[in-house]
Design a protein around this ligand. Structure first.
Ligand code: DGL
Length: 261
């Protein structure tokens, strides 16, 4: 099969990476995508590092076996745990990970207070510590571990009282009047952005890394001569380790939900 027409492989611990997939589809409508959600093993963010590394490598292997020409690690947790190892293992495959979008938040306003919402695993890793250190003389960066939040999205709960109370409690640990911006450092969180915005208040700016990640994948494909230029609209194939009809329906719903928001 001609390499350009092969699909782009995208994966996450569950349905969260669909927030990145919707950006990929927007920027590269001619590509085919295979999206793998490992909902059986979700959440990754509270598991031991070795386990997340192994699951991440298994996901990449699976997508390459399915014929993927490139890989998007649409999961901050998997990226922080394993991207260096993946780059060594698959040096000939265009591979892009995602990290919390601290840079655009810092550049937006000098000396601002930036809350980074992410999984405990992402915030603990050296990769994040280094990223934070690069900017900590330009902003007040507050890491906020959010264990339990991705589970709402996995259950298809994107609004409502239970979720609002959960987020209110979470943000209650930071003095809300201080917050200038919030970085969504987990790909599940853009699906509950409206609730976060409501709780944080309208003057708080919210950043996520999906758009930048999609731009980087497009650049890498173009550089490798792998962009699909057939002129036909591409398609998206969902695979989920839960392998139920409801899960695939949730994936399709989230792809459309993303388009509307
Ligand atoms: N969506 C994931 C991320 O971007 C991880 C959520 C989890 O599995 O804990 O970090």
């Amino acid at each position: 099969m001609e390499k350009c027409i092969k699909p782009v492989g995208v994966f996450d611990s569950g349905v969260g990476g669909i927030s990145v997939l919707r950006e990929l589809v927007k920027q590269m409508p001619g590509e085919d995508f295979i999206y793998l959600g490992d909902s059986v093993h979700a959440p990754y963010g509270t598991k031991p590092l070795d386990e997340v590394r192994k699951l991440t490598i298994d996901n990449v292997r699976f997508l390459l076996e399915k014929g993927a020409k490139s890989i998007v690690v649409a999961c901050n947790t998997a990226t922080s745990a394993a991207v260096a190892r993946l780059r060594e293992m698959y040096s000939d495959v265009p591979l892009v990970g995602i990290e919390p979008a601290i840079k655009p938040a810092v550049l937006h306003k000098k000396d601002s207070c930036i809350v980074v919402m992410a999984t405990p695993m992402t915030l603990k890793q050296e990769k994040f510590q280094k990223l934070m250190h690069n900017y900590d003389n330009m902003a007040d960066i507050v890491p906020l571990p959010c264990s339990g939040l991705m589970e709402f999205v996995e259950r298809g709960i994107l609004d409502g009282m239970e979720l609002t109370e959960y987020i209110t409690k979470l943000l209650g640990s930071v003095r809300r009047s201080r917050i200038d911006s919030i970085v969504l450092g987990c790909t599940h969180y853009p699906f509950v952005k409206d609730v976060i915005q409501r709780v944080a208040g309208n003057r708080v700016l919210i950043f996520d890394g999906g758009e930048g990640t999609a731009r980087e994948m497009k650049r890498r494909l173009s550089e490798a001569g792998l962009l699909n230029n057939s002129g036909k609209a591409g398609n998206v194939k969902f695979i989920n380790s839960l392998n139920t009809e409801e899960e695939i329906k949730l994936c399709q719903f989230l792809l459309t939900y993303g388009d509307k928001n």
